[in-house]
Design a protein around this ligand. Structure first.
Ligand code: SAM
Ligand code: SF4
Length: 329
């Protein structure tokens, strides 16, 4: 079992395969996009697979493919298929915006993907356009239909933004009446690639929950699964459930079981650190698996206690300029 210096189990890797995206979500990146990484800066699929195999051998049990948008990277299904075959991996999953995903759903099912996180901040096509700057609402809904048709669990990620989509909180909860989906409201974080000035959190988990409880006074608390980052609820009689993720308030650091690898191969042992080891550089310098393993163990043994400490330890200046697209969410 892989643990860190604070006794927390590490068994979950989030691998961001590209920084590129076909949407421009307000909370994630500026409308003109980011300063995209060149092909040479990206980890290759071979490097990703080698790293995943090593980490699975060390104790990683779950891998989530994310980005950027995973489906804008060429041949992503090849990588997913190869990762799905790793001995010892218990769960392969992905986070997608759903724009290009629908045609791949049956193949996802075939390779054993049981759950997909779909980002959807509104059920109104006009607001979808104003948040994402792209007219793709219908494609995202088609992906949701396709996932449900294939009996793949759907978790909807909705970032709550003051003045943008708070009127969608209740309709999104209402979606769980007829559909067996889990809608998770996420606090907006400062990782927007400087698309806008982050002016602090106006809708934290307490306020989001208040809004939901006002509309659904009878909503019941569910038991939160181990390592869950969300507080989970269900409206009695509804098929789906509702979660709130206190991503900005950082209430879940004490049980954090996850590490991240960015598209450039930077290992992050906390969302709020600015990288603790560049795996791609090590691989390209010809490091052996056993030396890389030692380096990885060193980073796990010097892991920040929580997101606040990681933020303080950042070597670059204090303000965060990153986009979630270069971190993977
Ligand atoms: N493109 C894919 C998608 O949107 O699902 C995967 C990558 S995206 C960066 C992963 C998750 O990060 C999404 O669910 C998105 O809503 C979330 N995210 C992005 N920027 C965020 C921010 N500033 N605050 C909170 N969540 C954010
Ligand atoms: Fe793209 Fe996902 Fe960022 Fe939206 S949240 S811009 S879909 S990477």
């Amino acid at each position: 079992m892989l643990t860190d210096n604070h006794g927390r189990k590490i068994n979950y890797l989030r691998l961001a395969v590209t920084d590129r995206c076909n949407l421009r979500c307000f909370y994630c990146m500026p409308e003109e996009g980011l300063n995209w990484l060149s092909r040479a800066q990206l980890m290759t699929y071979e490097e990703m697979l080698q790293t995943c195999a090593l980490l699975v051998g060390m104790g990683i049990e779950k891998i989530r493919i994310t980005g950027g948008e995973p489906f804008v990277r060429k041949d992503i299904m090849k990588l997913l298929t190869a990762i799905s075959k790793l001995d010892g991996l218990k769960e392969l999953t992905l986070t997608t915006n759903g724009v290009l995903t629908a045609p791949h759903v049956s193949e996802l099912k075939q390779i054993g993907v049981k759950s997909v996180n779909l980002s959807l901040d509104t059920l109104d096509a006009g607001r979808f356009f104003s948040i994402t700057k792209r007219d793709e609402f219908a494609n995202v809904m088609a992906t949701m239909d396709e996932l449900l048709k294939h009996d793949i669990e759907v978790k909807i990620n909705a970032v709550v933004m003051d003045g943008k989509n708070t009127q969608d909180i209740v309709p999104l909860v209402e979606l769980t009446k007829e559909l067996p989906v889990s809608v998770r409201f996420i606090e907006e974080m400062p990782f927007n690639g400087d698309g806008h000035v982050y002016s602090g959190i106006k809708w934290d988990y307490v306020r989001i929950l208040d809004e939901i409880k006002t509309a659904y006074p009878g909503i019941a608390k569910l038991e939160d699964p181990q390592y869950s980052t969300s507080y989970n609820y269900q409206v009695p009689g509804y098929l789906g459930s509702v979660g709130i993720i206190a991503a900005y308030s950082r209430t879940f650091c004490g049980t954090c079981n996850r590490i991240r690898i960015t598209p450039e191969g930077e290992l992050k042992t906390c969302l709020y650190d600015n990288g603790v080891l560049n795996i791609k550089d090590q691989l390209r310098a010809g490091v052996s698996d056993s030396d890389l393993k030692t380096m990885l163990l060193t980073t796990f043994n010097t892991r920040a206690k929580d997101g606040w400490e990681a933020e303080q330890l950042r070597t670059e200046n204090v303000r965060i300029h990153e986009s979630m697209a270069t971190i993977g969410g």
